[in-house]
Design a protein around this ligand. Structure first.
Ligand code: S3P
Length: 160
């Protein structure tokens, strides 16, 4: 069964998926390959709601591969996507403080995050709104504030 990593932007979902297995799925990258453009440009043209639908479709399809999956931070925003996660028994929430995440988001030049351009307060509101979904959908919650990706991966392997 795939381990599905959930959590806010900057939590380290992709890095941890990679630490779990050289063969892993980064949902955002799969989506970008499928749509042949960046997520940021897709957001601009079609909007967030449409992106959430696409995200859920790609998650459902990638689950068949039985590999660790790093989701995008907003996967929990759409009810259908939450239902899909709820049926799954290996959902792991990488939980970190907003201040830690915000620092990482600001310092990550490799990722263009369309939702991060509206400033700290708007982003924090998203974080607060999503927290309860991350918590209730997860079968395992790991506080990742001060852990390396290897430590987190080990924790997940021991739990599985
Ligand atoms: C999003 C998070 C991003 C990406 C998109 C939207 C979000 O993924 O899917 O920019 O709504 O939190 P990461 O969590 O990998 O940054």
């Amino acid at each position: 069964m795939s381990v599905i990593l959930i959590g806010f932007m900057g939590a380290g979902k992709s890095t941890v998926a990679k630490a779990l297995s050289a063969d892993y799925i980064d949902l955002d990258r799969v989506i970008e390959r499928q749509i042949q453009r960046s997520i940021a440009s897709y957001f601009e043209e079609f909007g967030e709601a449409q992106f959430r639908v696409l995200e859920g479709e790609v998650l459902a399809e990638q689950l068949k591969k039985n590999l660790p999956i790093a989701t995008g931070g907003g996967i929990v925003e759409r009810i259908e996507n939450r239902k899909l996660l709820k049926q799954h028994m290996q959902v792991v929430y990488l939980k970190a403080d907003f201040s830690v995440l915000f620092d990482r988001i600001l310092n990550d030049a490799t990722h263009v995050r369309p939702l991060a351009k509206n400033g700290e307060a708007v982003l924090k509101a998203r974080y607060l709104a999503r927290e309860k979904y991350y918590e209730t959908l997860a079968n395992l919650v790991i506080n990742v504030n001060q852990k390396t990706p290897e430590e987190i991966a080990r924790h997940i392997r021991e739990w599985q």
